[in-house]
Design a protein around this ligand. Structure first.
Ligand code: PAF
Length: 290
């Protein structure tokens, strides 16, 4: 496995490689990232994992400076799962001058949910992802479903800008108690860590209500938010949304309507998404509703 820090050296290494698979990361790798790299190994060669903590996607009050940087451990983990190249540029390599050209994400998608609570986040993500695609020229790039909205926004960017890359999704990897793996879990104190699994539990309970046929989504969301508040969380949102564009689903439609034969119409595919702070740690999670 090679570690490459410079864009020109990376391009040289990958010259003529038609099947490169890329896993973009900000490092501090856990099993969630490693499962994406294993998926990449099945999809193409060489497998490139990028490690770059992207200043552009952090608001001034967020944790850019304290974001965990564990490069040596990350390299060991990546070598074990069959990564071929680590691309680890520094700030000056990715942003040699102020990044004035940026990807503007669409209103109604980039400014809802995560975008509402983290203004500029998706602009920062899309800008660096586009730059990484231009550096690596991957055939396939793999993004985890844990960042559900990010995955959707990147997919749309690729489609609308005709980028020649195939985007694949990787499943969420969870701890035994259901907590979605995340680099930010390491910020949790011991008591917070045992409480943290409740984000998934509360979200699962909301999903069960939808699966049982309830269609008052606002009431389900409000109840889930209230449960989190009672448990000491500060929720930003619990949202039941359409999977295709994250818009608010029509409450009356799926449950109330019927097809020509009188059978209840199937609801559109939905996803339940959550973001909440526990102490000073902000966690996100989501569950696709089947
Ligand atoms: O999901 C992440 O770790 C980051 O948002 C990404 C895609 C690597 C861009 O910095």
């Amino acid at each position: 496995m090679e570690v490459i820090n410079r864009i020109d050296a990376l391009r040289e290494r990958l010259r003529g490689c038609a099947g490169t698979a890329l896993v973009p990361t900000m490092g501090n790798l856990h099993e969630g990232h490693l499962s994406l790299v294993r998926q990449a190994v099945e999809r193409g060669r060489p497998v490139v994992a990028s490690i770059f903590v992207n200043r552009l996607q952090f608001a001034p009050h967020e944790d850019f400076d304290t974001y965990p940087r564990t490069f040596e451990e990350d390299c060991e983990k990546l070598a074990k799962v069959g990564c071929d190249v680590i691309f680890a540029p520094d700030d000056g390599e990715m942003y040699p001058e102020p990044q004035a050209y940026r990807v503007q994400t669409p209103a109604g998608l980039g400014d809802i949910l995560e975008g509402e609570f983290r203004p500029g986040f998706f602009e920062g993500v899309c800008t660096v992802v586009l730059k990484l695609f231009n550096c690596v020229a991957p055939h396939t790039a793999i993004f985890g479903k844990k960042d559900y909205q990010q995955l959707m926004i990147v997919r749309r960017m690729v489609r609308q800008l005709n980028l020649p890359v195939r985007i694949e999704a990787g499943e969420i990897v969870r701890e035994r108690d259901g907590l979605a793996m995340s680099s930010r879990n390491r910020y949790l104190g011991r008591e917070e860590r045992s409480e943290a699994a409740h984000l998934h539990k509360v979200l699962s309970a909301a999903v069960e209500r939808v699966q049982a046929g309830e269609r008052d989504f606002a009431a389900i969301e409000a109840a889930a938010m209230a449960t989190l508040v009672e448990r000491g969380w500060e929720p930003d949102y619990i949202a039941i949304r359409r999977r295709d564009d994250l818009s608010v689903p029509d409450e009356a439609g799926p449950a109330g309507s019927a097809d020509e034969a009188g059978a209840p119409a199937l609801p559109p595919p939905l996803v339940a998404l959550a973001a909440a702070k526990l102490g000073s740690t902000r966690l996100i999670d989501n569950i696709e509703i089947d």
